[in-house]
Design a protein around this ligand. Structure first.
Ligand code: NDP
Ligand code: MG
Length: 379
């Protein structure tokens, strides 16, 4: 039985992961939230972890008081994040925090030899080279949780030594599929948060609406599967039943399918290489009748092209893109900028200096510079 520490346990992925853990009585030894004290307390009472991190230092005292009757170590801040990621009792760390804050705990967990179930795609976008290098050095497995990457991982299982022609990365198209730029002028936060197929945290839902999510996923796939970006083709597939596919040299295409429910890829990363019953609906293809496929609209949504350009340029460009996007999404959610400002601004990240080596120090500097650059434009 795996012993799991969950970073981001109060989020969309985190709560679904706990549902999986509860179904199978997995041992949850670490839990972490940023500010949702109430839910974290409930989780601590139910799962009895050894450590619980409330990452926002301002909430440390009050959270400690809430769980003072329990034998749990309470930690906070970035040190707390890293401690929860490296706790001795855990053999697997599920990283499901939101955003680039996930990089350092991932590196710390790898250093400590933990298996990584990785939902936090920003970790690979901003620091993929460092993460994959360290994982190789330490002989640590990175098991993808993102549904497309889990699908690709499953499709190539058993064919590790067969070269791939390409990856077919599916995309739902988000809530604004079929819209043109002029239709996006008055997009509200509420409408951008309405995803057609998936219920997810706010940041990734906005990324899905701008299609930046698919751009970030291309970068994620480049690192995980060691393919150049031009071999990753985005296919808009509205039903989200095919979670992605791969084409081999013989033109045979293998796809992975299932209902759009994150519990399947979350559980697979936690039970790998085993497959056990999962608390989700079965796929009934007759309910769908037809599955549809389209190219994406590169004129309306330049985000995927920007991500392709950033990963092709390499160095710190993906870091700059990721950080600028994260700040833009947060400003949009706060009602401070328009939806189109996200699309228009990410295209301009190449005006920043990304021609620097990928070291942790440079990544952290680059993240801060991109954040400040966005603030200088809008705040
Ligand atoms: P949510 O916003 O629902 O949850 C984020 C979690 O991270 C919460 O537990 C939150 O705590 C915590 N958190 C937020 N900010 C910080 C911080 N600064 N320090 C520490 N913890 C923090 O996000 P999702 O679950 O949707 O997504 C998590 C990750 O998984 C993202 O990287 C996303 O791209 C990826 N992913 C998500 C999918 C999904 O279906 N949701 C699908 C594929 C990938 P609190 O609740 O206290 O704020
Ligand atoms: Mg995905």
């Amino acid at each position: 039985m795996k012993k799991i520490s969950i970073l981001g346990s109060t989020g969309s992925i985190g709560t679904q992961a706990l549902e999986v853990c509860s179904t199978h009585s997995f041992d949850v030894v670490g839990l972490l939230a940023y500010s949702n004290e109430k839910l974290l307390e409930e989780q601590v009472r139910k799962f009895r972890p050894k450590i619980a991190c409330i990452a926002d230092p301002a909430r440390y005292q009050s959270f400690r008081t809430r769980v003072s009757d329990l034998p749990v170590k309470v930690v906070t801040g970035l040190d707390g994040l890293c401690e929860t990621a490296t706790i001795r009792e855990a053999d697997t760390v599920l990283n499901a925090v939101m955003g680039m804050i996930g990089l350092r705990p991932t590196l710390a967990a790898i250093e400590a030899g933990k298996e990584i179930a990785l939902a936090n795609k920003e970790t690979l976008v901003t620091g993929g080279e460092l993460v994959m290098k360290k994982a190789k050095e330490k002989g640590v497995r990175i098991l993808p949780v993102d549904s497309e990457h889990s699908a690709i991982f499953q499709c190539i299982e058993g064919y590790r030594h067969c070269p791939l022609n390409k990856i077919l990365l599916t995309a739902s198209g988000g809530p604004f599929f079929g819209k043109k730029r002029e239709d996006l002028e008055k997009v509200t936060v509420e409408s951008a948060l309405k995803h057609p197929n998936w219920s997810m945290g706010a940041k990734i839902t906005i990324d899905s609406a701008t299609l930046m999510n698919k751009g970030l996923e291309i970068i994620e796939a480049v690192h995980l599967f060691k393919l150049p970006p031009e071999k990753i083709e985005v296919v808009v597939h509205r039903e989200s039943v095919i979670h992605s596919a791969v084409e081999f040299e013989d033109f045979s295409v293998i796809a992975q399918m299932g209902v759009p429910d994150m519990k399947i890829p979350i559980q697979y990363a936690l039970t790998y290489p085993k497959r056990i019953a999962c608390p989700v609906k079965q796929l009934n293809l007759f309910e769908y009748g037809t599955l549809s496929f389209y190219p994406y609209d590169a004129d309306t949504f330049p985000t995927i092209g920007v991500a392709q350009k950033a990963i092709a340029a390499g160095k710190l460009y993906p870091t700059l893109l990721n950080s600028a996007n994260e700040r833009l999404v947060s400003l949009f959610l706060e009602g401070k900028i328009r939806f189109l400002d996200i699309l228009d601004t990410v295209e301009r990240i190449f005006s920043l200096n990304g021609d620097r080596d990928v070291t942790l120090e440079n990544i952290l500097d680059g993240e801060e510079e991109a954040r400040q650059w966005v603030d200088s434009l809008f705040c």
